[in-house]
Design a protein around this ligand. Sequence first.
Ligand code: CU
Ligand code: CU
Length: 662
Amino acid sequence: MQLSRKPLVGWLGLAALVLLFPAQRALACDACNQVFGAEMEGKRANSLVGRDFMNAVKHQQNYLDGSGLGSGAFKPSAIVQESAGETRADAQESAAADHAHHDHAHAEGHDHHDHAAHAGHDMASMDHGDMNHAAVQTVAEAKPEQDLMPMPVAIPQADPASASQFGGVYGKPYGTVPEEWKDYPFIDVIERDYSFSFPATSTVPQNIKPDKSFTITLTEGKAYIGNGVVYDGFLTNNTIPGPLLIMDEGDIVEFIVENKGTVPHGASIHAAYTQTSKYLGKINPGEKGRVLFRATLPGVYMYHCAPGGHAIPMHVMFGQYGMMVVKPKHNAYQYEKLTGRSPDIEVYIVQHELYATGKDAVEGKAMYTMYNGKLFRYIEEPIMARPGDMVRIYYLNVGPNHTATFHIVGIIWDFAYWQGNPAVVMPGGQTVTAAPSDSFIVDFRVPPDEGAYTILDHAVGAASRGAIGFIVAKAGVDRPSVIRPEGSDHSQEEMDKMADEAIRVISPFHPTKFDKPQTYMPGTKEVTVSIIGNSYYPKVIEIEPGTKVTWVNEDVFAFLAGEFAGIHNAMGGNGDDVQFNTPLLAHGESASFTFDKEGSYDYTCQPHPYMKARVIVKKPDIDLSNLVAGKTENSGRLIPLAVGAFLVALYAVFRSFKRNKA
Ligand code: CU
Ligand code: CU
């Protein structure tokens, strides 16, 4: 019974296509792309998407030269030869410079090697020492350089066969339980686990001194995700994804979760093999949670918000997650083992999806997929490298719904390590396939040539929605040794301003100015709104007076309180002025309200106050209900129906003319 304005939209769309055709053609090649970029300096330069685009264009020359991706293909042949000549000369010059650098790097590598061998020798005693020192640092205070020191090369000293079989912390050097743990009620289990030749669990007493401390802050709010789009959802340390947390194998880690939001949040820590939901499961607004665990197995892990029950998938789908990495101590990656040197560049990549509605989130229809919080981030700011560089990528597919096949065009991995564990090493490979929360470390060398290497999710629908970027190889180029995965961090005031300038604001929970009302055929007297994924669908409806609205709860997960489970209602108004208020609805239950008076009714869910939606009650401009209502079963009425439909279409066209005039 829904009358969309599709014919009208269709015509307008066609008109827009005709108008936009020259611009589309301009985007078809990089040369024209630059021209389009120059145009952006004019009227659209101040738009958010304009700024992103200018950034991308600014870096474009980096990947055009010699990559085969660039505008050379579109230039006259004479110019192609000329620029190719330049490139060769440049390459020779910088190759000489690079040669010098390589000697230097080699010497550095030796240093590391010696140092590590020494460290490995003293491992047993060193570790005990670490614990007493308890270097406590919070995320906010952590200095990136300190956090991201190149990994020491740890050549296993004892029991190398088992070490490469399992990786992780077990037996020596952790063979004896520290003195201060002796009172722990399950000390016999800990003693037993330490005697096994595979890693112990992460359980430690909660009252001992940590080696490292991390604090994350959970709130609700907006994040800029690039391409002119602002996302209004849930944040960790004000960003999506949250901070990168790096710890060393064997560390006793204190993990503190601070809820500065207005609804319960919590945390799940995949690097911890111990009870965490007891400590971090549901943290109310204004409160903190804390857990201690030992990082027993090296690898790349996910952490995410987990307020309990239904709210866990909700808060993950709405943006609260991040990457944590446990750097190995007991074992080493193949690169370090076989070459005695650490990678030149370490890149941390979190792949993740965002959704425009709760319904889309539950059904897995991502609107955007991206690396490190921003659509097309590494097109805009390509990752620079030198030919021959050894690169390590820490790759985590957060999902939360889609499987990804991570690939770099022109690269075959030297080694891939399943979930980042150096003991689970695979030589070669074109992709790694990562389901949600799956991770890999991949090691590869940049081939000895200049040009761009495209990083992408080879499940290419995701690449087309933002999960694509470049590594650009150039001789002698300055390149960072570390690329971090955090999203952009702006104050909420800045974000409000950006939301005003945005091309689009999406929120799964509430209508934004970009959510157009769902309209219905004139004469429609009953409509249904689904409650799904902690949101109402459609978020805005426009109905006639006298229409009955029925809300049906399609959320299934009603168990475990958490953030009040998947139980919802719909309440219009508040305080003394409650216009309507349905009972609490569990899965499949429904309730109705008939709207008789014209007006705009905003409503919310009482258990989940961030869930917001709107009913607009408005008399139709013209009442056509008698022409079209409810007689479709009788084929004898098809002609009047067709006439009716024609009149409706005619009316829509007239309205559009009237609007265009106004
Ligand atoms: Cu949360
Ligand atoms: Cu609710």
